[in-house]
Design a protein. Structure first.
Length: 369
């Protein structure tokens, strides 16, 4: 029995497998510990190494098996199929390894730039670039890995050659069909590099106010103020105009408009605006003022400007100023709230009074006669 086992054609190969796989796992274990210690001063690289532990545990034994099967005799039964299967598994594992490496590096970069701070403009810029570029790179790696696996099959190579032979017509048709995909891919790269929008930017798009919640490889998710989600393709932000309220800074200048009667004195109104703004926690201390910006035939338009650190705080500050001024007017100067005034000229009224009296007296006289 032992002689038969030793004489089996696969005995040497399986013995090499039993030695190579544990050795590869040992190398993975030691190499992982060394790399973790070496890369600790570099958070991004360290996160990439940690994220690659699981796929590397699969790649190392497959590489060892590849060396063993390549060294095996070519006339060994089923060796071609075993080599092919091992190659497919190695390509899949290597693709997984590269994807995890990209993801881990991106996570490490994002960990160095937290976006939950007050002044997060730089963090949001890094967040947008990292996520878009990482997702694009992972998509390319997955497609390339799938193509390499297909190319290991002889039939697939023949299909590829046939497609290349008729690439003239097929290329045109495929280009037209894939135009939205390629346009979004290119738009994603433009957004990542030029950054017209970033994660958590405040935008006004299609008449809707909201924040950029997510940027994927094909579309942008805009979280509207009332919890709705507006989904737009990436190419929209390259081809069409939109408002970005936080392009260079989250600070905003809020405005409040109030219409008052011409009799309202402005000095107490300015004093009340100063009191309201300085007492508001949303005000960032930069600027505020009150100006009469328009005058109509019935009212004057008063505008209050005040600054806040973010768009959300600016909205709350505007509401506080508006409510405070209305309450002040109702309490102190209710007579100067907007009103419809009908007033006759005194001279015209005095001249028309005798005529009106005579007109009212004639019916009485006629009845008395």
């Amino acid at each position: 029995m032992t002689h038969e086992i030793l004489a089996h054609p696969w005995f040497g190969t399986w013995l090499a497998v039993l030695v190579a796989v544990p050795l590869a796992l040992l190398v993975h274990r030691i190499g992982g510990l060394v790399l973790r210690r070496i890369t600790r001063p570099a958070p991004a690289v360290h996160a990439m190494v940690v994220n690659c532990q699981s796929p590397a545990r699969l790649v190392m034994p497959l590489v060892a098996l590849l060396l063993v099967f390549q060294a095996a005799p070519d006339d060994l039964r089923f060796i071609a199929s075993v080599r092919h299967l091992n190659g497919l598994l190695l390509i899949a594992a290597a693709t997984w390894l590269i994807v995890r490496a990209i993801s881990g590096f991106a996570d490490g970069v994002l960990a160095q730039h937290p976006s939950d701070v007050a002044d997060n403009l730089q963090a949001r810029r890094v967040l947008t670039q990292t996520r878009v570029l990482a997702r694009t790179a992972m998509s390319v790696v997955i497609v390339a890995g799938g193509a390499m696996m297909l190319m290991t099959f002889p039939g697939a190579r023949q299909v590829g050659a046939s497609l290349l032979a008729s690439a003239g017509v097929i290329g045109i048709v495929a280009g037209l069909a894939a135009k939205p995909v390629f346009s979004n891919l290119i738009a994603g790269l433009q957004i990542a590099l030029a950054q017209p929008i970033r994660i958590d930017d405040v935008l006004v798009v299609e008449g809707e106010w909201g924040r950029v919640e997510e940027i994927t490889g094909t579309f942008v998710v805009l979280k509207i103020w009332d919890e709705r989600r507006l989904i737009l393709p990436l190419s929209y932000f390259i081809e069409k105009p939109f408002q970005n309220w936080t392009r260079h800074s989250a600070q905003l200048l809020g405005s409040v408009f109030i219409y008052l009667d011409y009799g309202m004195p402005l000095a107490p109104l300015r004093a009340e605006v100063e009191r309201i703004v300085k007492a508001a926690p949303e005000w960032d201390g930069r600027f505020f003022n009150l100006r009469v910006t328009d005058a109509t035939e019935r009212t004057m338009q008063v505008r209050v400007l005040c600054t806040a650190a973010t768009s959300g705080l600016a909205f709350d500050l505007r509401c506080s100023v508006r409510e405070g001024l209305i309450e002040f007017m109702q309490r102190e100067y209710p007579q100067f709230l907007p009103k419809m005034r009908i007033e006759a000229d005194p001279a015209v009224a005095a001249a028309s009074a005798p005529s009106a009296a005579l007109a009212g007296a004639r019916p009485a006289n006629s009845q008395g006669s």
